[in-house]
Design a protein around this ligand. Structure first.
Ligand SMILES: Cc1cc2nc3c(=O)[nH]c(=O)nc-3n(C[C@H](O)[C@H](O)[C@H](O)COP(=O)(O)OP(=O)(O)OC[C@H]3O[C@@H](n4cnc5c(N)ncnc54)[C@H](O)[C@@H]3O)c2cc1C
Length: 346
């Protein structure tokens, strides 16, 4: 929406790591040789005793003809470069209003940010008194609104259906996309949706350079300690790690691995490696859970799921103005913490 500049949210990684004796190599990994304990890059090979894979998603836009932004007609916010292009597309929409379609494709496994975008767009358009010129449709592979790839959180379905009804955001759930042409989305079920601006979470896969260690979609299997089942000195955390859904959905979706979860996994992997090096017993496994602040434009919602997949001990969604301030406060705290390299083991 233009509320943050690039320089507000990027980190100078070498400057943060080098004072701690951590070398930073800015190269793409093209392969891993577990037998030789080596990582291969275009710039050379690197030997390791332990390897932690945290390569995030490969955005498999080519799985849906016409899906952008690189070679298609839609936008996406999942890299900084793509987010900047989305900002430009948003500005063009403000000049020439028309229908917006927003949401998640089949095999996407990150849903929250597009709900946030739908709410933010609605709010920005209302502030400009333009909302009546921009019909918004929320199109998703989730079986119902608020499923989020985790079977919902508390009353998230009813909550999001009610909020979208109040805001006049149309819903198209449990949909797979066959093809996107300039200005039109063609659905697997036969429907067609025209658009002036379309933004989608694309299908996720594992990154090619490490996919040989993973499942058919390239995600790395791990045990309770985030360790590869066949290679005891290889760990995988975050989106790169394989996580099976509790129940398969009619249109395939993936389980999200949020930033909150990724930090927890990284801390657990670090604690396990430290224990291994020091010949200490492995730390106790911690169950994964979700705590999220969902931006809703003027306000926000706190979402909790503990554990991540049902059945759960705790699971709810709660709308509150304080959640908006908490989200902004957390952003400032997190970036400050990362810029100073402060970390705490679990
Ligand atoms: C718009 C948006 C909003 C979000 N909001 C939230 C939120 O509010 N709360 C929350 O908890 N989570 C949120 N998330 C999710 C969160 O960003 C991810 O869960 C988290 O970044 C995953 O961390 P990761 O380390 O697994 O992957 P990434 O953060 O994607 O990092 C992977 C890194 O690996 C690098 N890489 C890729 N391939 C290679 C290779 N071959 N060799 C070397 N390096 C490689 C990439 O360049 C990247 O730097 C959001 C995500 C998006 C896109």
């Amino acid at each position: 929406m233009g509320s943050r500049r690039q320089e507000d949210i990027i980190l100078d990684v070498p400057r943060i790591l080098e004072p701690r004796g951590i070398a930073f190599v800015h190269q793409a990994v093209t392969g891993v040789r577990p037998g030789e304990q080596k990582v291969v890059t275009a710039g050379g090979e690197y030997a390791y005793d332990y390897l932690v894979i945290a390569t995030g998603p490969y955005l498999a836009c080519e799985e849906i003809p016409g899906l952008g932004p690189k070679m298609g007609y839609t936008h996406c916010t999942f890299t900084l470069d793509y987010a900047l292009k989305s900002r430009d597309a948003w500005r063009r929409l403000l000049d020439e209003p028309g229908p917006v379609v927003i949401g998640s494709t089949q095999m996407a496994s990150c849903f929250g940010p597009y709900y946030e975008l739908a709410f933010e767009m609605d709010w920005e358009l209302r502030k400009r008194k333009m909302r009546h010129k921009v019909p918004i449709t929320y199109l998703t592979s989730e079986p119902y609104l608020g499923h989020m790839g985790v079977g919902g959180l508390g009353r998230s379905r009813r909550f999001l259906e009610d909020e979208f009804a109040d805001l006049d955001i149309r819903i198209a759930a449990s949909q797979a996309i066959d093809e996107i042409t300039p200005g039109e989305i063609r659905l697997a079920g036969g429907g067609r949706l025209p658009f002036k601006l379309a933004m989608f979470a694309p299908p996720f896969k594992g990154v090619k350079g490490v996919a040989a260690l993973g499942n058919p979609r390239g995600f790395i299997p791990v045990d309770d300690h985030y360790r590869h089942p066949d290679h005891a000195n290889i760990y995988a955390v975050g989106v790169a790690m394989a996580l099976a859904p509790a129940d398969p959905t009619p249109v395939p979706t993936g389980v999200p691995k949020t930033g909150f979860m990724t930090v927890r996994m990284a801390k657990a992997a670090a604690a396990n490696i430290a224990a291994d090096v020091g010949n200490l017993p492995a730390p106790r496994r911690q169950e994964l859970s979700v705590v999220c602040f969902m931006d809703m434009g003027r306000t926000a919602a706190l979402m909790v799921a503990d554990p991540l997949l049902p059945p759960r001990q705790k699971s709810y969604i709660k709308k509150a103005r304080w959640a908006k301030w908490a989200k902004i406060g957390f952003e400032k705290y997190f970036l400050w913490k990362m810029r100073h390299g402060y970390a705490r083991l679990p």
